[in-house]
Design a protein around this ligand. Structure first.
Ligand code: GDP
Ligand code: MG
Length: 598
């Protein structure tokens, strides 16, 4: 029967090891995409993914593979992102599959997210097929990479295939391996419907589109379905698969990966991880679902135009459907007005959310500096969770402040262990253990404040190890630290959205750095603007933005009208991302000044 010929698998790997390129070759070799339509990393269809050359969203595609045994097999392939910030996309994808292709770049070997993804696949009881990629490159070391996979991951590599996802060498063999080594799905076709929602998105015409994996039963157009968490019931408008364009089907059955639409307009009814069942004949037990993600960092998102507050709320609700890790709640700032405090899994995630809101929902936003959540113990015996530095209680009320620490594992060649330890030490890290992976490589484990990780740790790690170190981390516990809040005053007024929290030892230096940076970023105006950094009422740094002189504003003479139009347009666009605070115009970059060093 049909079910025996279905194979559901994800492609997982460390970032840049070639997942999306392998997906391209598979789509091409199975004629899912014609040569004419083919372009690189075709599943990275969001403009943002294409510009940055990274995968942000999971992407499920159905295709047909004509195997050597003469049979046609139905493959459901899910391409996944590699960056730590998007690992929730990976774990959700894996729950819909029976197998995972583990791609390892043979010029880089096993890296931190290679290992992290293997653990995720093992958690989901998946068959793991190691694949050695980029063997076309002169610096490829397939034998060494196999050895690393055996020693450091503990997977057999006798069956691993050497491939070049770029040229296509070896990919035909991978397709056969999928048929033989990824188990076919099981699941009773006659049982009541039980399907897992692993992703969703909002479509203006069709309402919520649910990406689902059917585990039991069948679903077709006209069926009444029930979303088990919310209890909401709907009539199915369409079922189908992505190929990669949506393609309506008569029915989806146990083992299939596809989508359902049901004119769902109420966004709150749907939740990834929820189980879809039949309204008439509901299943008794829901699927396990997903654990809720806890945001790592928080930042305020404000519309530059205060009248757009409700638009922003609606946009966040719709985006959340497609980005299950995003959280938000309303907040207000004296400087910025009404906005939302949003939770993200990391800075790349934050950046992506802001960009998607601006592009997909046509909003102009100001993002404030990101912050972790602090636990503040007060003298009145209560504890307050502070996600916004501006809300830090007065020093006199505070007994102690605890901050989140991560357990960071850093994989690095022996030669760089010294450099890594020095960096971790400088970032207030506490040494845990060091594990020898082989004669030449170690896994160094440190406990480091999350705030230092999001600040510039990764860049510093890459530069101090010539790119050889890779990092994975998870939040571990809260530890007490000597932290202080630094306020920034512009023209004598405290700007709440510029406040930040730092370790006391770094306070004076950070205060000076930021004052100096703001001086560069904030445009001159026709009056002098003093900039001060303060802890409580104590000023720790000061500088001044001078008033502009007349000649600076003299008209730019440019003969070319095209060029003048472009200049004006550029100025106008730059203008949007400004916020007037009192009399001072503050550009977006100023709110991020807290983040960048040098
Ligand atoms: P992903 O982050 O794992 O999805 O990686 P991509 O598929 O986006 O590939 C990252 C980069 O590696 C791209 O520039 C690809 O062109 C390149 N790449 C992927 N596979 C190969 C390969 O087999 N050989 C070579 N030379 N380059 C490859
Ligand atoms: Mg990719």
């Amino acid at each position: 029967e049909r079910q025996k010929r279905i194979r559901n698998f994800s492609i997982v790997a460390h970032i840049d090891h070639g997942k999306s390129t392998l997906a391209d070759r598979i789509l091409e070799m199975t004629d899912t995409i014609s040569k004419r339509e083919m372009k690189n990393q075709i599943l990275d269809d969001m403009p943002l993914e294409r510009e940055r050359g990274i995968t942000i969203k999971l992407n499920a595609v159905a295709l047909t593979y004509h195997a050597k045994d003469g049979q046609d097999y139905i493959f459901h392939l899910i391409d996944t992102p590699g960056h730590v910030d998007f690992s929730y996309e990976v774990s959700r994808s894996l729950a819909a599959c029976e197998g995972a292709l583990l791609v390892v770049d043979s010029t880089q070997g096993v890296e931190a997210q290679t290992l992290a993804n293997v653990y995720l696949a093992l958690d989901n009881d998946l068959a793991i097929l190691p694949i050695i990629n980029k063997v076309d490159l002169p610096s490829a070391d397939p034998a060494g990479t196999r050895q690393q996979i055996e020693d450091e991951i503990g997977l057999e590599t006798d069956e691993a295939v050497d491939i070049s996802a770029k040229t296509g060498v070896g990919v035909a063999e991978v397709l056969e391996k999928i048929v033989h080594d990824v188990p076919a799905p099981t699941g009773d076709l006659a049982a009541p419907l039980k399907a897992l929602i692993f992703d969703s998105k909002y479509d203006d015409y069709r309402g919520v589109v649910l990406s689902i994996r059917v585990f039991e039963g069948t679903v077709k157009k006209g069926d009444r379905i029930k979303l088990m968490n919310s209890g909401a019931e709907y009539e199915v408008a369409e079922v189908g698969i992505n190929s990669p364009k949506p393609l309506a089907r008569d029915v989806l059955m146990a083992g299939d990966v596809g989508y359902i639409t049901a004119a769902i307009k109420d966004i709150k009814d749907t939740q990834v991880g929820d189980t879809v069942t039949s309204a008439a004949q509901p299943t008794s037990d829901a699927l396990a679902g997903y654990r809720q993600m806890t945001p790592m960092v928080y930042a305020g998102l404000y519309p530059t135009d205060n009248a757009k507050f409700n638009d922003l709320r609606e946009a966040l609700e719709k985006l959340q459907l497609n980005d299950a890790a995003l959280t938000f709640e309303p907040e207000s700032s004296q400087a910025l007005g009404f906005g939302f405090r949003c939770g993200f899994l990391g800075l790349l995630h934050m950046d992506v959310v802001q960009e998607r809101l601006e592009r997909e929902f046509d909003l102009d936003l100001i993002t404030t500096a990101p912050s972790v959540t602090y636990h503040v113990d007060l003298h009145d015996q209560t504890t307050k969770a502070v996600e916004n530095p501006a809300e830090m209680p007065d020093v006199s009320a505070i007994k102690d402040i605890k901050e989140p620490y991560v357990k960071a594992s850093i994989m690095v060649p022996n030669d760089y262990v010294g450099a890594v330890m020095e960096l971790c030490q400088r970032k207030r890290g506490q040494f845990d253990t060091m594990e020898y992976l082989s004669d030449t490589r170690v896994n160094v484990i440190y406990h480091i404040p999350l705030a230092e990780i999001i600040y510039d740790f990764f860049d510093k790690l890459k530069s101090s190890t010539h790119g050889y170190a890779s990092l994975d981390y998870e939040v571990d516990d809260y530890r007490e630290s000597d932290l202080v809040k630094i306020d920034i005053l512009l023209n004598g007024d405290r700007v709440d959205a510029l406040s930040f929290i730092t370790h006391r030892d770094f306070a004076a230096e950070r205060g000076r750095e930021i004052a100096a940076k703001l001086k560069k970023i904030i445009p001159r105006q026709n009056f002098e603007i003093p900039i001060q950094a303060a802890i409580g009422s104590k000023i720790i740094a000061r500088t001044t933005i001078k008033a502009y002189r007349k000649d600076v504003t003299a008209r730019i003479h440019t003969g070319d009208p095209d060029r003048r139009a472009k200049l004006l347009d550029k100025q106008k666009r730059g203008k949007k991302r400004m916020k007037a605070v009192g009399k001072v115009e503050i550009p977006q970059r100023a709110f991020m000044a807290v983040l960048q060093t040098d």
